[in-house]
Design a protein around this ligand. Structure first.
Ligand SMILES: [Zn+2]
Length: 90
């Protein structure tokens, strides 16, 4: 018997979206996107760090945010009024 490498530890992502209960079972948190109203896993939502250090999930899923961001860029070229119209859709 040799003293080999220690048991590999699970890979840690930069931010851990995976949560476990007291028994070690994975907990799947699902959130409803306020934009598309779809229920998606927590990993589908971005996180935002508040100025006081609190980390909160974004109310919109990544897909909706990317859609909105592209719409905002397009709207910025057209004018601020177009951006307001886009925001009111969600
Ligand atoms: Zn969405």
């Amino acid at each position: 018997m040799t003293l080999g490498k220690p048991a590999p530890t699970p890979k840690r992502t930069r931010r851990s979206a995976q949560l476990f209960d007291v028994e070690g079972n994975p907990v799947h948190i699902r959130l409803t996107c306020l934009c598309c109203k779809e229920v998606k896993p927590l990993a589908a939502f971005g996180l935002r760090k508040m100025s006081n250090g609190t980390v909160r999930n974004q109310p919109w899923c990544r897909a909706c945010r990317s859609t909105k961001n592209s719409a905002t860029k397009a709207g910025a070229a057209k004018g601020a009024k177009a951006v307001l119209a886009e925001e009111s859709e969600c």
